[in-house]
Design a protein around this ligand. Structure first.
Ligand SMILES: [Fe+2]
Ligand SMILES: [Fe+2]
Length: 461
């Protein structure tokens, strides 16, 4: 444009009417500035759009990964939030951009917002250990969402979001700092902007983006928190269902004991021995969780065996032995062909099979016997030996350990899978403790059942 203005024809016009030419020149100059400004702002907008697109793509990938690996029973809300924070925050090595430097993650405790500040360094999420506690009634920017007049003071989209840049209203950045709790400033330093998202019980406050914050930044946080809360809700509902399911399993196992000599504490102890052995074998968490609940079902088939056989003081006849042995098959029929009870069915049908053969009902051997059944078999034998029966007294731990590892003519170490026997040898003292701790006279059935079930689910790694 400048070349056009200074063309010979124009120069001539300037000579004739210099004042008019100067006005023309000024107008053209202004138009040029506007055009350049437009180009610059379009470039900035394109730049921003590109960053936003990259951010959205990153976040979609994060949410996709979290859904792909989602297990409602083992879902860890805290770990899920850590992962989101890791993806939201700018790394200290990265140049300033569309991501915040710090995030304060809080939850409501009475009238306070309590939480920790996070930042990202060398790809790792760092949590500043000092707990931040802010009174919801205090006159600080991040608590304005609790007050009626906060909309007047901050650009706000809805009741859940606050967006603020220091130069939107404050005279200088130093004055802006007065809006923040000193405990926050101590860790974050000079604050130039922030975005806050409030849900029912948590507040996420992101500080110091490398540019002006806007609705996009707030909606991004809101979306991620909503995603995490959605997974949490599904997980909580699944855990309630799972608890009810496990309680039913226990009730069924208890019903089967009504006719039998074995006690309620026997089934709980078998669960615990089986868990200890499975942990020693370094089995995956879902396997450990399942065997810790399903081992107790091993004798549910006895519900169909005549009480006179189950409690007969003398030796059983051949027919009675055959009938007794059918409890494995009866149990499998009770369970049926249900995917979630697959392990329970394996345990019920095969817990009397022996590693070297000679067991029942199908005389399976070695690797043909499911591992869960092999573990439960050893756990059941240990507890039967430790318990009083009409045909024998309760044996000590040492005597029982000797019978299992050396044999006594009835029981032989070859009955058990070598890996399971080795694991038992590593945890046998733990088994002795379990036997000591879990006795009928020490537990209140219903309460124990509920707490036990809850603990199983919550403690799953
Ligand atoms: Fe049995
Ligand atoms: Fe048993």
């Amino acid at each position: 444009m400048a070349g056009y203005l200074l063309s010979p024809a124009r120069v001539g016009a300037v000579d004739i009417m210099p004042g008019f030419a100067i006005v023309l020149f000024m107008e053209e100059q202004n138009r040029c500035d506007v055009i350049i400004e437009n180009i610059q702002s379009k470039e900035a907008a394109l730049n921003e759009l590109e960053h936003s697109y990259k951010n959205i793509t990153d976040i979609i990938n994060v949410t996709q990964r979290s859904i792909r690996g989602f297990d409602p029973i083992t879902f860890d809300y805290s770990a899920s939030n850590d992962n989101l924070l890791l993806n939201l925050l700018k790394d200290t090595n990265e140049p300033p951009g569309r991501k915040p430097e710090y995030i304060l993650l809080t939850h409501r405790e009475n009238q306070n917002l309590t939480g920790n500040i996070f930042y990202k360094k060398d790809g790792r999420l760092i949590r500043i250990p000092a707990k931040i506690q802010i009174d919801s009634n205090a006159d600080f920017a991040i608590t304005f969402s609790f007050k009626d007049d906060y909309k007047k003071r901050f650009s706000s989209i809805d009741n859940e979001i606050v967006i603020s840049n220091w130069d939107d209203g404050a005279d200088d950045i130093n004055g802006y700092q007065k809006l923040f709790d000193p405990k926050v400033r101590e860790h974050v330093g000079t604050i130039s902007n922030f975005v806050t998202y409030y849900s029912d019980d948590i507040a996420v406050i992101a500080f110091n983006y490398g540019k002006h914050v806007n609705e996009y930044d707030a909606q991004l946080i809101k979306g991620l928190v909503a995603h995490s809360n959605f997974l949490k809700t599904i997980s909580e509902q699944a855990k309630i269902t799972e608890n009810a399911f496990m309680y039913t399993i226990e009730a069924l196992s208890r019903a089967a004991e009504a006719n039998d000599e074995a006690t309620y504490s026997h089934t709980i102890r078998v669960n615990e021995y089986a868990r200890a052995i499975a942990v020693q074998l370094k089995m995956p968490a879902p396997f450990i969780n399942d065997i810790s609940n399903f081992a107790q079902m091993h004798d549910i088939g006895k519900i169909h065996v005549n009480r006179s056989i189950l409690r007969k003081p003398g030796r059983l006849t051949g027919d009675e032995v055959s009938e007794m042995q059918l409890h494995t098959i009866y149990g499998a029929k009770i369970i049926g062909n249900v995917k979630r009870l697959e392990m329970a069915e394996e345990i019920v049908i095969a817990h009397h099979d022996k590693f070297n053969g000679g067991g029942y009902p199908y005389n399976k051997k070695g690797g043909d016997i499911p591992l869960a059944a092999q573990i439960t078999a050893l756990a059941d034998v240990y507890d039967a030996l430790r318990s009083k029966r009409h045909y024998k007294p309760a044996f000590s731990h040492d005597k029982t350990y000797g019978i299992i590892t050396v044999g006594d003519g009835r029981t032989s170490p070859e009955d058990f899978a070598p890996v399971v026997l080795d694991a038992f040898k590593q945890v046998h003292k733990q088994c002795a403790d379990i036997h000591f701790e879990i006795q009928d006279d020490k537990i209140e059935h219903e309460d124990f059942t509920k707490e036990h079930c809850q603990e199983e689910l919550l403690c799953t790694p």
